[in-house]
Design a binder for this molecule. Sequence first.
Ligand SMILES: C[S@@+](CC[C@H](N)C(=O)[O-])C[C@H]1O[C@@H](n2cnc3c(N)ncnc32)[C@H](O)[C@@H]1O
Length: 439
Amino acid sequence: MASRQRVDASRLAAYDVLKAVRVDDAYANLALPHVIAEHGLSGRDAAFTTELVSGTIRWQGTYDAIIDACLTKPRLEAKVRDALRLGVHQLLAMRVPDHAAISSSVELIRARVGVGPAGLTNAVLRKVSGHDLDGWIRRVAPDPSTDPVGFASVAHSHPRWVVEAFTEALGGADELAALLAADNAAPRVTLVARPGQAEVAELLAAGGEPGRLSPYAVTLVGGDPSAIPAVADGRAGIQDEGSQLVALTLAQADVVGRDARWLDVCAGPGGKAALLAALAAERGALVLANERQHHRARLVVRGVRASSAGLLGVVTGDGTRPPWREESFDRVLVDAPCSGLGALRRRPESRWRRTPADLDDLVPLQRRLLTRAIDAVRPGGVVVYATCSPVLAETSGVVDAVLAEREDAQLEAVRQLWPHRDGTDAMFIATIRRTHLGS
Ligand SMILES: C[S@@+](CC[C@H](N)C(=O)[O-])C[C@H]1O[C@@H](n2cnc3c(N)ncnc32)[C@H](O)[C@@H]1O
């Protein structure tokens, strides 16, 4: 048995976040700051907890295969599994000495679950410490020559159906390992300097590097973004470059004639609406930001607080039964509700929560939203349809199905961004032009 030591607050906090994710469907990135504050952690301890939680959730699929291989009985209580996963992450992916990872996990089990599973925890983690991560993957993953999807699923900790959907979206398996690996690396924080409100130089001075795709992007090397004055007062924001490109694609598409009224159909929580309103203000146009959920519409109001010059208003409404008149906008964005499987770098738990059945609800909604968005734009205007998912059913599947039913709209451009190629979330961006009937 491992020697007794007191379990530290940073591991208790990590366990509590995993529990909140499992039991309350919490998002780890939202639960973390609360739990870290509750335990009074800061600095290195807070960073330790953050890495322990994020890494454990990302690698959960791989770790479960390893844990299962070390069990003599197949059943394991969920709370014991949570503690074991944390222990495995410390053993295989963090620079924690084996004895500390094992004994602190045993103490964590005693503190949060009880003495019963302490022996099992000790035995499993001792076995796990016998090999490194690559050694375990060789032992527990299927043979890649006979089951490449199964191998990728275990080796890169993604559900099998997600591996299949990504392979299809990539058009083959050549880049699959690079994509799955990119999903497992924590992204750096990217900021947006909203034009007319903040200067890129201001953010660079705070210790950032220029973005690669958006002229308004600055990637932070470290530090707390909310401590930067431009971020604190809403002139700049935290926004992935892929999301910036969605707004830029809408703003930069050619529109002949009137260019005064823009619509963001699915605006909550408001990151793209804020950039759109800043871009609109530069040319005297106005953005109407719509969101179905009232509490998310309130987040939009807060998010666009520095962009009022380009804002027509924020409304709560259902984009499938819109309150606005047809053909009344010049540019329309549909940033559709989607599976979110393109943002796994920052939402590590989504891969385990989502199921193929989610698409049965999402795809019909996405089609209705896009159809109504095309109705809302005037002939000659543009609609951008975007998802933070590369899954074909939600991306070109939706666009193709909607356009097949319309003679008054045509596809102009499609862009699929990828974490491993572009360093962004896997955003899908389709530009559609409303034409005159039959033209
Ligand atoms: C991907 S998020 C939008 C993100 C947002 N554009 C941003 O940049 O912050 C999709 C949003 O669509 C909203 N939504 C879902 N169904 C809707 C509907 N029928 N009409 C309008 N909004 C809807 C969701 O509540 C969610 O806030």
